[in-house]
Design a protein around this ligand. Structure first.
Ligand SMILES: NC(=O)c1ccc[n+]([C@@H]2O[C@H](COP(=O)([O-])OP(=O)(O)OC[C@H]3O[C@@H](n4cnc5c(N)ncnc54)[C@H](O)[C@@H]3O)[C@@H](O)[C@H]2O)c1
Ligand SMILES: [Zn+2]
Length: 350
């Protein structure tokens, strides 16, 4: 498959490659001096192969999970980079999900004011979303992604084989983002509808990853620092983040799917939209969620959505919502109105 090249206005070049074996391909992209950064789960599964792929490189392993996406872990990684005597010409290779990618990307942006970063995303979410676009971050003071930087990785190596070891919960997590892309990209919507029986099938989902990346790459090229258009990638996320806070047992992708369901209902209520299309989009979300369908506490979500950082003021809720095939709109509502509407929409069951 041909690489997808991203050249942003700042001329920072980045490319996404689809090698048959990403770890094997590392030698070509990482160069002679590199440090591999990964988490304990990925290391357990692929550590041996990492060693074989870059025999001279040190491997720094972090504990798995969002709870460790914090400055302390970043500090540990920067120390390992210094101890490995990385130079400006060296590369940091981040092999893992979005947590490893966000942390590794930030460390590469900071060390010596920026060294090369190679991303090898191993979760569906990281392949379809977090490894592409140059957003890096750690959580701080209990706030997600409070400290970070925009910096494009030099290369992203996407390899669907990693998904074979990924638990179903993590597949659903990526599927949520894929359905989000379908709400933005009409052709992808048609394809997912046609293949709706396969929405939980990792090889089908893997086959649409390049299309999702190409879509995101084009948005990032036009708006690298999220000053306007890039906000469309937050479709479903305003209510989705609120659901994530009130239902921590759900994966991010599942929350995004519920977020799209609520925001589609809001679009029907407040905007001129294609209701038939929205009902089809809702059916896709429900199919992807299938077995994972707890009741959602709409009142708690409304309260928490008030805290979303995309809102210009706490009295106003801003959400990118689907309206027609391939079309979205920014819906801004007074908080009271939004809370009232969510309560009226009530519990959504699949
Ligand atoms: N930078 C961005 O633009 C962006 C976009 C979306 C999300 N994110 C961030 O991404 C993070 C979430 O990423 P995630 O969902 O990949 O979570 P994650 O990195 O925590 O990975 C999920 C779990 O899967 C395990 N894992 C990873 N690859 C595996 C494999 N191939 N086989 C088996 N297990 C594997 C991990 O060890 C972890 O336990 C969040 O911190 C979020 O803020 C960033
Ligand atoms: Zn997301």
């Amino acid at each position: 498959m041909r690489p997808i090249r991203i050249r942003t206005k700042t001329e920072e070049a980045s490319a996404v490659y689809f090698p048959r074996d990403a770890l094997r391909a590392l030698k070509k992209y990482a160069g002679d001096s590199a440090l591999i950064f990964t988490d304990e789960n990925v290391f357990r599964l692929y550590g041996e192969r990492m060693r074989e792929s870059l025999p001279g490189a040190k491997i720094h392993v972090m504990p798995a999970g969002e709870a460790h996406k914090v400055p302390e872990t970043l500090g540990g990684l920067l120390q390992a980079m210094a101890e490995a005597e990385l130079t400006r010409a060296s590369a940091l290779v981040a092999v893992g999900g979005g947590v490893v990618g966000d942390l590794g990307g930030l460390a590469a942006a900071l060390y010596m004011r920026g060294i090369r970063c190679i991303q090898v995303p191993t979760t569906l979410l990281a392949q379809v979303d977090s490894s592409v676009g140059g957003k890096t971050a750690v959580d701080f003071c209990g706030v997600k992604n409070l400290i970070g930087a925009f910096r494009q990785p030099e290369a992203v190596l996407v390899d669907g084989a990693f998904l074979q070891t990924l638990p179903a919960r993590e597949i659903l997590c990526g599927a949520g983002e894929i359905v989000k892309y379908a709400a933005l990209d009409g052709a992808l919507f048609d394809l997912l509808r046609e293949r709706r029986e396969d929405l939980c099938d990792s090889s089908f989902l893997s086959s649409v990853v390049p299309r999702c990346i190409a879509f995101k790459a084009e948005i990032v090229r036009r708006d690298p620092q999220e000053s306007g258009l890039r906000r469309c990638l937050n479709l479903g996320h305003t209510t989705g983040h609120a659901i994530e806070l009130s239902h921590p047992e759900l994966s991010h992708g599942a929350c995004v799917l519920y977020g799209i369901l609520y925001e589609s209902a809001l679009a029907k209520r407040y905007l001129q939209c294609d209701e038939e299309y929205l009902s089809r989009l809702e059916a896709l979300c429900k199919r992807a969620l299938s077995a994972h369908a707890p009741g959602i506490d709409a009142a708690a979500c409304a309260r928490l959505a008030r805290l979303d950082k995309k809102n210009r003021s706490a009295e106003q809720i801003a959400a990118v919502v689907p309206v027609r095939k391939g079309e979205f709109a920014l819906l801004e509502l007074a908080y009271e109105e939004y809370a009232h509407a969510l309560n009226q929409i009530g519990e959504i069951t699949c």
